[in-house]
Design a protein around this ligand. Structure first.
Ligand SMILES: [Zn+2]
Length: 299
């Protein structure tokens, strides 16, 4: 059936498992802009199956991969044979060479992340420089956090994918063992100024010190960032992110969040309904709303 769809097919949502032959055909369709795969691993490709100048998925804008196959598909798509088809190995490809095919066209990448660590997926996803949406879904287990990114990893995302509008890196859990901090929020906001939707783990154990050090840091690079534009996130979904601050610390955190996300709106924070942190977060949200009404009242 797929083989008969021919070269005009633009949208393919493979609800049933496709044969390897069908996948091989699909990845060469010239006008395919949306591909959703639920089951299929990437094809085993020998040199005899594809011409060496093949551009894989030449027009793809949106790709959805299922949890069990994401870890195989992204390295397949980043294979140098398709990534730089004009620079066939053994010659090393020139990194400044214009990227073609999926590496220049892909804007939306939706990956099932499962409970596996996220870093390997993120590292592969950074090759798609024009992404506006990167989603790595799923929840952590109740007793084990699968979020293994650091602030440096998040900085790499922010610098490699400056066009991001939507970034979902798995739903924050209650364990507070993640290594990312408030600095990740700041880096994303200043580098990805088109960002409007953000879901990311950040550790809150030392969050007041983290906020203070960011607001008081004197080095020129940080000061330059302070003067630059920020992203347009209007509400921060927190899921189970824990928080144990009180008294004046609430004000410090509210100011820090408003500094990083100046577009925070009527519902500045959205904590999950489970867990005791939600009432503390709601107090932070109320403080953000009060600060906004004082500094920039509605007309
Ligand atoms: Zn977690």
């Amino acid at each position: 059936m797929l083989l008969r769809c021919g070269s005009t097919l633009g949208y393919l949502n493979a609800g049933v498992e496709l044969s390897e032959e069908a996948i091989l055909h699909a990845i060469q369709l010239p006008h395919l802009h949306t591909l959703k795969l639920a089951h299929e691993p990437p094809p085993e490709i020998t040199d005899a199956l594809l011409r060496e100048d093949t551009i894989v998925l030449p027009s793809l804008h949106s790709l959805t991969l299922a949890t069990p196959t994401t870890h195989a598909w992204l390295p397949f798509l980043n294979d140098l044979r398709w990534r730089y088809p004009a620079a066939i190995t053994p010659r090393e490809p020139n990194q400044s060479q214009a990227q073609i095919g999926i590496h220049s066209t892909l804007e939306d990448l939706h990956c099932g992340g499962g409970e596996a660590p996220k870093r390997a997926i993120v590292k592969q996803a950074l090759a798609f420089k024009n992404l506006t949406t990167l989603e790595i879904g799923e929840f952590c287990q109740d007793d084990r956090c699968s979020f293994d990114l650091t602030d440096d990893d998040v900085t790499a995302i922010a610098k490699a994918l400056p066009r991001l509008q939507k970034l979902l890196l798995g739903h924050p859990c209650w364990l507070n063992t993640c290594q990312t901090t408030f600095r990740s929020l700041s880096t994303l906001s200043t580098n990805c100024t088109g960002l409007t939707n953000l879901i990311v783990h950040f550790n809150t154990i030392n969050i007041i010190e983290d906020v203070k050090s960011l607001l008081e840091m004197e080095d020129p690079d940080t000061q330059k960032l302070r003067e630059g534009p920020r992203c347009g996130v209007t509400s921060l979904p927190l899921f189970l992110t824990p928080l144990t601050v009180d008294g004046p610390e609430i004000d410090v955190l509210a100011k820090g969040l408003l500094y990083v996300f100046p577009a925070l709106g009527n519902t500045p924070v959205c904590p999950g309904t489970r867990g005791t942190a939600s009432s503390v977060w709601l107090r932070v949200g109320a403080t953000i709303s009060r600060l906004k009404s004082v500094c920039c009242p509605d007309p």
